[in-house]
Write a protein that binds this ligand. Structure first.
Ligand code: IPE
Ligand code: IPE
Ligand code: MG
Length: 246
C-alpha cells in the first residue's frame, strides 16, 4: 500500500540560496531574500493542497559559523519577515511557531517572535514552524535537560513531549533542496520514519510544480513502519510511530 494522498506534515531544508545568488553575481544575502519569496509561495501552495503542517529550516545552530555579514544579514531578514510577512501570514490563517534556541537572539527579535506567535495562535488553516537557531542535537539535549530538571523519568514518550516540535505530528515527508543529501542537524528525532526527498532545485526556484513532484514521489512510497508489505491491508494505513500527536 502506498502513502496517503497528501502528507499531513511536510518539513523542508531550504538549501541553495547562496548558490542561486552567486550564479547571478549577486551577494549571498540577495539569495536569502529571494528565499523568503519562495517560502511565501510554498506556504500558499501547502495550504492550497491541504497540508496541515509545514516546518522549514531557516537557520541552523551551525550557521553562526558563516561570515559575520551574512549572519547579520540573516538576522535582519528575520526581523523584516516579522514586520512584513507576519501580517500577511496571519491574514491567510497561518499559525506561526518559531522553533529553536532563542537565548542567543537579540531582545528585539525574541519579543518579535513571541508577538508573532501570540498574534497567530488562533489560526487553524496551516501550522508553520520556522526553525531558527535550531539543531536536532540541541532539541534532544534541551528536552532531556527539561525532564532532568523536574526529576521526570526519561522515556521515548516523555522526551517526545518535551521536544520543541511537540505541538506537531512527526513529519511525513522531509524535502531538501539544493542537491545535498544530508540532514545538517535538522529534525533528528522527529524524522525517524519520515519519507526523504532530495532535489537539485535551489530553494529560490522551488515552486508549486517542484512541490507537486515531491508529493507525487511521496505518494509512490510504501510506509511500513517496521511491518511487512503483506501486513498492510488495502485501505488501512499502518499506525505511524509517533513521538507525539498533535
Ligand atoms: C540555505 O541556503 C539557507 C541558510 C542556510 C540560511 P545556503 O545559504 O546554505 O545556500 P548554499 O548552500 O550556499 O547555496
Ligand atoms: C542547512 O543548510 C541549514 C539550513 C537550510 C537552514 P546548510 O547549507 O547550512 O548545510 P550544510 O552546511 O551544507 O550541511
Ligand atoms: Mg547550504
Amino acid at each position: 500500500m502506498t502513502a496517503q494522498r497528501v502528507p499531513r506534515h511536510v518539513a523542508i531544508v531550504m538549501d541553495g540560496n547562496g548558490r542561486w545568488a552567486t550564479r547571478r553575481f549577486l551577494p549571498r544575502v540577495a539569495g536569502h531574500r529571494q528565499g523568503v519569496e519562495s517560502l511565501r509561495r510554498c506556504v500558499r501552495a501547502c495550504s492550497d493542497r491541504g497540508i496541515e503542517v509545514l516546518t522549514v529550516f531557516a537557520f541552523s545552530s551551525e550557521n553562526w559559523n558563516r561570515p559575520k555579514d551574512e549572519v547579520s544579514g540573516l538576522m535582519d531578514l528575520l526581523l523584516l519577515v516579522l514586520q512584513r510577512e507576519v501580517p500577511r501570514l496571519a491574514a491567510d490563517g497561518v499559525q506561526l511557531h518559531f522553533v529553536g534556541d532563542r537565548t542567543a537572539l537579540s531582545a528585539r527579535l525574541v519579543s518579535g517572535l513571541s508577538k508573532a506567535e501570540a498574534d497567530t495562535a488562533q489560526n487553524t488553516r496551516l501550522v508553520l514552524n520556522i526553525c531558527f537557531n535550531y539543531g536536532g542535537r540541541w532539541d534532544i539535549a534541551q528536552a532531556a535537560a527539561q525532564l532532568a530538571r523536574h526529576g521526570h523519568p526519561i522515556t521515548e514518550e516523555s522526551l517526545g513531549r518535551a521536544m520543541a516540535l511537540a505541538h506537531s505530528p512527526d513529519p511525513d515527508l522531509v524535502i531538501r533542496t539544493g542537491g545535498e543529501q544530508r540532514f545538517s542537524n535538522f529534525l533528528l528525532w522527529q524524522s525517524a520514519y519520515s519519507e526523504l526527498y532530495f532535489t537539485d532545485c535551489l530553494w529560490p526556484e522551488f515552486d508549486e510544480a517542484a512541490l507537486d513532484l515531491a508529493i507525487e514521489a511521496f505518494r509512490g512510497r510504501e510506509r511500513r513502519f517496521g511491518k511487512t508489505s503483506e501486513q498492510l491491508v488495502a485501505g488501512h494505513q499502518p499506525q505511524p510511530l509517533q513521538s507525539q500527536v498533535a
